[in-house]
Design a protein around this ligand. Structure first.
Ligand SMILES: [Zn+2]
Length: 214
């Protein structure tokens, strides 16, 4: 394949890298979270701007970490971090923004969270699904290359000092990619595109997704 410009090649490399990370991050989900169900029922006002939906982490999510012997704590956002989150929401594709307005109840940020992010269903038995996304606050300080490098290195034995792994794909902040990934879970679950996200033990795949090779 011939790339018409360096920019075009860079874009494709970023897409490939993020695609690989999505798989790693989903493995992260399965290991740590399994799409937990929160029970913090509240009304959702679709007119509320997405970036203002930062709230405390649902008690069910915190309990899940505590039960696993971990102690993540609520992160208090700085002004700069809040601005970054606003920019990340504004960069989402129109479909994501439209679905999130109707289905994203809230987001939160935790310090000392083991995985990158977690999308949780709030009250799974209601006719309209609402979601909460919990992010590891440390990603707010990482650019995409730093974050991808950190993730990729978890796949290798770091005792071998003759090799090192580094991902270079620009300086854009990691939250843009992580939000896109988690927001896509909300789009998927809300529109039933790939799977009926309920819990990992109770996922049902439609023919579109089951026909994909693993
Ligand atoms: Zn995922």
């Amino acid at each position: 394949m011939i790339f018409r410009s360096l920019a075009q090649l860079s874009f494709i490399l970023i897409i490939l890298s993020v695609s690989a990370l999505c798989r790693a991050q989903d493995k992260d989900h399965q290991a740590n979270t399994n799409y937990s169900n929160c029970k913090n029922a509240e009304q959702l006002d679709a007119s509320t701007p997405l970036f203002t939906r930062v709230q405390s982490t649902p008690v069910d999510v915190l309990k899940m970490f505590h039960d696993a012997g971990m102690s993540p704590e609520e992160h208090h956002m700085t002004k700069e971090e809040s601005h970054l989150v606003k920019s990340a929401f504004e960069m989402l594709p129109p479909l994501h923004q439209r679905v999130l307005k109707e289905h994203l109840r809230s987001i939160s940020f935790l310090d000392n969270m083991p995985n990158t992010a977690l999308t949780s269903i709030i009250e799974p038995d209601t006719p309209v699904r609402h979601y909460h996304i919990t992010f590891r606050a440390a990603i707010l300080k990482q650019n995409v290359s730093e974050w991808l490098t950190e993730k990729e290195r978890t796949c290798f034995d770091n005792k071998d000092i003759s090799r090192s792994v580094k991902v270079e794909c620009g300086k854009l902040n990691a939250i843009f990619y992580v939000l896109l990934h988690e927001a896509t879970h909300v789009v998927d679950g809300s529109l039933g595109l790939l799977t009926d996200l309920n819990t990992a033990e109770n996922s049902t795949y439609n023919s579109f997704s089951s026909d994909f090779p693993p």
